[in-house]
Structures are given as structure tokens and as C-alpha cells.
Design a binder for this molecule. Structure first.
Ligand SMILES: Cc1cc2nc3c(=O)[nH]c(=O)nc-3n(C[C@H](O)[C@H](O)[C@H](O)COP(=O)(O)O)c2cc1C
Length: 172
């Protein structure tokens, strides 16, 4: 039934440390509040990322573009419980400013969050993250995405099926 909510944008949730990072692909990311700045991420109870975030109480939401799609697929199909995913990916993990979880150099934004609340929602844990720092690349100017020059990833439907947003602005 959740399929009716698609297409949804796709992100990378990073937990662990710069030395031992664990990135995980996530569609279920939602803005929650301007002030304080809050976002939410629903993470399956079986995910290694769920365990790491519950332990370290912070995470990063990294914003990938289409150039990183192969890495996004690895992060979304392999579990860090068994494999060091970072070694299978071509991205660079760099220290974040305010949280232990690292940022990803090649991503166009890295939104650093501390866990403000955890809610059990069926088979997922919904983490409410307070945004404590953001760093970004050229794809954002004054918090606005440059949609003509950058292809933000959208998950069209279940499986390896992705699209990027169109660049036509339509006004009502
Ligand atoms: C495009 C895509 C989106 C996904 N979105 C989510 C999500 O929002 N929440 C979630 O718990 N898992 C999601 N997954 C599944 C996890 O990314 C996947 O199970 C991953 O291997 C978990 O890694 P971990 O065990 O290292 O945490 C998604 C996978 C893909 C490919």
C-alpha cells in the first residue's frame, strides 16, 4: 500500500564514524519542523543502521545526485552487518562538523542530525532528527536546489527503478 506514495526522493543515511562509516539508502525521509529544524527518517528494525543510530544518537542525511546511483544501489542492497559497504562504494567519507556520523564529500548536501526522539512505528523505528549543521555543494544556493544543473534522485517504484526531477518550473 505504501507504493501509492511513490515516486519519492532518495537519500543516503550515514551512521558510524569516519573510520568505520555505514551508509544506507532511504526514501522514507520527511521534513517535520522549521523551528526547531527537525526531520524524520523511518528505518527498518532489521537494519544495521537502526542499531548504529540507537547507539550513537546521531546520523547524517546526505543528498546524492544521479552520478552516485551505483553507490546508492550498493548502500541500499547490502547490509553493513555483514559487509564493509564503504569499501564497495566510490565515495569519500569526511568528518562532519557537529556529529560523529561522517558526511559524504561527493553528495550535494550533508544534513547533520542528533536524535531528538525515537518512535516505534510497526516494523520501522522513526527517528526524529534535530538538524545541527548543514554543509552543501553547488547544487544548492540559499537552501534552494539548482534543478536545471543537478539531477536529484527519485525512486520511481520498488526495485532498481529511478528517475530524476524535470527542470520545468510550473506555477499554479
Ligand atoms: C532506493 C532504496 C530506498 C530505501 N529506503 C529505505 C528506507 O527508507 N528505510 C529503510 O529502512 N530501508 C530502506 N531501504 C533498504 C535499505 O537501504 C537496505 O536494507 C540496506 O541494505 C540496509 O543497510 P544496513 O543494514 O547497513 O543498515 C531502501 C533501499 C533502496 C534501494
Amino acid at each position: 500500500m505504501i507504493g501509492y506514495l511513490y515516486p519519492l526522493r532518495t537519500y543516503l543515511i550515514v551512521a558510524g564514524s569516519t573510520d568505520k562509516p555505514n551508509p544506507m539508502t532511504a526514501d522514507w525521509v520527511v521534513p517535520l519542523s522549521f523551528n526547531p529544524p527537525l526531520l524524520g527518517v523511518a528505518i527498518g528494525k532489521k537494519r544495521y543502521t537502526r542499531k548504529l543510530i540507537q547507539e550513537q544518537k546521531d546520523f547524517v542525511v546526505a543528498v546524492p545526485t544521479m552520478e552516485l546511483l551505483k553507490d546508492v544501489w550498493v548502500a541500499g542492497t547490502v547490509s553493513g552487518a555483514r559487509v564493509n559497504k564503504a569499501e564497495r562504494m566510490g565515495v569519500t567519507f569526511i568528518p562532519s562538523k557537529k556529529v560523529r556520523a561522517p558526511s559524504i564529500k561527493e553528495c550535494q548536501a550533508n544534513i547533520e542530525c542528533t536524535v531528538a526522539k525515537e518512535v516505534e512505528t510497526g516494523d520501522h523505528i522513526f527517528f526524529v532528527g534535530e538538524i545541527v549543521n548543514v554543509s552543501h555543494g553547488d547544487a544548492f544556493q540559499d537552501e534552494k536546489p539548482e534543478i536545471r544543473d543537478f539531477k536529484f534522485i527519485m525512486h520511481a517504484f520498488s526495485g532498481p527503478n529511478f528517475v530524476w526531477q524535470g527542470d520545468e518550473i510550473v506555477r499554479p
